[in-house]
Write a new protein. Sequence first.
Length: 85
Amino acid sequence: MLETGAAVNPTLPVGFDLVFAVVAIAVVALAIAALVSIYRHRDDLGRPVTAVWMVAVVVLPIIASVAWFIFGLPKMNHTAQLPQS
Protein backbone atom coordinates (compact mmCIF):
# COMPACT_ATOMS: atom_id res chain seq x y z
CA MET A 1 0.00 0.00 0.00
CA LEU A 2 1.37 3.41 -0.96
CA GLU A 3 1.27 6.37 1.35
CA THR A 4 0.06 9.60 -0.14
CA GLY A 5 2.59 12.42 -0.20
CA ALA A 6 5.60 10.18 0.45
CA ALA A 7 8.22 10.13 -2.30
CA VAL A 8 10.09 6.94 -1.51
CA ASN A 9 12.09 4.98 -4.05
CA PRO A 10 11.29 1.31 -3.36
CA THR A 11 14.47 0.01 -5.04
CA LEU A 12 17.05 2.09 -3.16
CA PRO A 13 17.52 2.63 0.54
CA VAL A 14 17.30 6.19 1.84
CA GLY A 15 21.06 6.17 2.52
CA PHE A 16 21.80 6.01 -1.20
CA ASP A 17 19.67 9.09 -1.79
CA LEU A 18 21.61 10.91 0.91
CA VAL A 19 24.99 9.86 -0.51
CA PHE A 20 23.91 10.87 -4.02
CA ALA A 21 22.82 14.29 -2.75
CA VAL A 22 26.13 14.87 -0.93
CA VAL A 23 28.16 13.82 -3.99
CA ALA A 24 26.07 16.04 -6.26
CA ILE A 25 26.56 19.03 -3.96
CA ALA A 26 30.32 18.35 -3.82
CA VAL A 27 30.55 18.19 -7.64
CA VAL A 28 28.65 21.46 -8.01
CA ALA A 29 30.83 23.13 -5.36
CA LEU A 30 34.01 21.90 -7.08
CA ALA A 31 32.82 23.19 -10.46
CA ILE A 32 31.85 26.58 -9.01
CA ALA A 33 35.22 26.87 -7.25
CA ALA A 34 37.00 26.07 -10.52
CA LEU A 35 34.92 28.57 -12.49
CA VAL A 36 35.61 31.31 -9.94
CA SER A 37 39.33 30.49 -9.97
CA ILE A 38 39.43 30.54 -13.78
CA TYR A 39 37.60 33.87 -13.83
CA ARG A 40 40.04 35.38 -11.33
CA HIS A 41 43.02 34.31 -13.47
CA ARG A 42 41.51 35.44 -16.79
CA ASP A 43 44.11 38.21 -17.22
CA ASP A 44 46.96 35.71 -16.84
CA LEU A 45 45.42 33.20 -19.25
CA GLY A 46 44.01 35.28 -22.09
CA ARG A 47 40.48 35.28 -23.44
CA PRO A 48 40.48 32.10 -25.62
CA VAL A 49 42.16 29.93 -22.98
CA THR A 50 39.77 31.20 -20.30
CA ALA A 51 36.79 30.37 -22.51
CA VAL A 52 38.09 26.86 -23.21
CA TRP A 53 38.64 26.13 -19.52
CA MET A 54 35.20 27.44 -18.59
CA VAL A 55 33.45 25.39 -21.27
CA ALA A 56 35.43 22.32 -20.21
CA VAL A 57 34.37 22.77 -16.56
CA VAL A 58 30.72 23.13 -17.56
CA VAL A 59 30.79 20.08 -19.87
CA LEU A 60 33.01 17.81 -17.74
CA PRO A 61 32.78 19.25 -14.22
CA ILE A 62 34.78 16.67 -12.27
CA ILE A 63 37.58 15.97 -14.76
CA ALA A 64 38.04 19.56 -15.93
CA SER A 65 37.89 21.02 -12.41
CA VAL A 66 40.52 18.65 -11.10
CA ALA A 67 42.64 19.23 -14.24
CA TRP A 68 42.37 23.00 -13.72
CA PHE A 69 43.57 22.85 -10.13
CA ILE A 70 46.43 20.46 -11.01
CA PHE A 71 47.60 21.65 -14.44
CA GLY A 72 45.87 24.87 -15.46
CA LEU A 73 46.22 27.11 -12.45
CA PRO A 74 49.01 29.63 -13.12
CA LYS A 75 51.99 29.23 -10.83
CA MET A 76 52.22 31.86 -8.13
CA ASN A 77 55.43 33.78 -7.62
CA HIS A 78 56.17 33.40 -3.91
CA THR A 79 59.26 35.62 -3.93
CA ALA A 80 57.58 38.75 -2.63
CA GLN A 81 59.67 41.87 -2.33
CA LEU A 82 59.84 43.31 1.17
CA PRO A 83 59.43 47.08 1.38
CA GLN A 84 62.68 48.83 2.12
CA SER A 85 62.73 51.47 4.82
